[in-house]
Design a protein around this ligand. Structure first.
Ligand code: UTP
Length: 289
């Protein structure tokens, strides 16, 4: 089996109802953290992990994502004329990050359904999935940690963290056995578990690396929670049949699909921002005296 993971899929076709009305005309994946849209952080993470080809799954009204990664000739020329060379270079670099492709999920029928739209792009190779509203900030790109797990064990890998007893019912819950530091074997999982179905507090958060046979499994998977085709249900079949690997990734995850996650990302990254970090810290101090 070819273990090199060079392709990634970013599902970004959800309706984003938790971020309405902001997400009515602006995709939640385009909401900024300080001065950069969430989706750019995610593409940069994939590129830093060695991914060369990225398919972004969009839908009607999300063309703005395509524009964001396009070359913006007029804007760059104007910046250069005004001597703002660094800004111009930064803009130009966005359009050269990776080979980017776009496809539409024609109906919003769940994350599993969105991933199915990537079948012909992926072909017969392992691939990474980065959920379009989960931004993970860390020194070591989160998806790279999962790719290393795939290369070592030759099995599908999910990125996990422990969540609270109260939160797990909104996420997935995994049956795990420890293998090595921060690495587990996964034999079962359940999406949005009822209290009595909780297998552990380890939950899949925003990243996975999958073998291409996931597509055959997805084709046969019935709709699950919320009447949608759930990627977790297909991964459950894979985990039960041949087991999967869970990597407890380092880095901080922000759920950009929720109001609180959006604000946490903005406050924490603003504090680290080279241009405004110290002014913003002072502002927060003044606010709380
Ligand atoms: P979410 O469940 O967080 O997205 O899916 P959502 O449905 O937009 O959220 P709410 O609950 O209405 O606020 C995780 C990722 O999968 C994508 C979303 O865009 C998000 O990045 N997704 C979800 C799709 O691409 N297609 C779908 O049918 C569902």
């Amino acid at each position: 089996m070819d273990k090199q993971v060079k392709k990634a899929v970013i599902p970004a076709a959800g309706l984003g109802t938790r971020m309405l009305p902001a997400s009515k005309a602006c995709p939640k994946e385009m909401l900024p953290i300080v001065d950069k849209p969430a989706i750019q952080y995610i593409v940069e993470e994939a590129v830093a992990a060695g991914i060369t080809d990225i398919l972004i799954i969009t839908n009607r009204g999300k063309e703005v994502m395509e524009d964001h990664f396009d070359h913006s000739v007029e804007l760059e020329e104007m910046l250069r004329r005004r001597g703002k060379l660094q800004q111009a270079d930064e803009l130009a670099a966005i359009s050269h990050l990776a080979n980017l492709f776009f496809i539409r999920q024609k109906e919003t029928r769940g994350l599993g359904h969105a991933v199915l739209a990537a079948r012909s792009f992926v072909g017969d190779e392992p691939f990474a999935v980065l959920y379009g509203d989960d931004v993970i900030i860390g020194e070591d790109p989160a998806v790279g940690q999962m790719i290393r797990g795939y290369e070592k064990y030759g099995k599908g890998v999910v990125g996990v963290k422990q969540v609270s007893q109260e939160a797990i019912v909104k996420y997935s819950s995994l049956a795990v056995e420890p293998l090595e530091n921060r690495v587990f074997r996964v034999t079962d999982m359940v999406e949005k578990p009822k209290k009595e179905e909780i297998l552990s507090l380890y939950s899949i958060l925003g990243r996975c690396v999958l073998p291409p046979n996931i597509f055959d499994i997805l084709e046969k998977t019935p709709n699950g929670a919320g009447g949608e085709l759930q990627l977790t249900d297909a991964m459950k079949t894979l985990a039960r049949a041949e087991s999967m690997i869970a990597v407890e990734f380092t880095g901080k995850r922000y759920d950009m699909g929720s109001k609180l996650g959006f604000l946490q990302a903005n406050v924490e990254l603003a504090l680290q921002h080279p241009e405004i970090g110290s002014d913003f810290a002072q502002y927060l101090k003044d606010l709380f005296v």
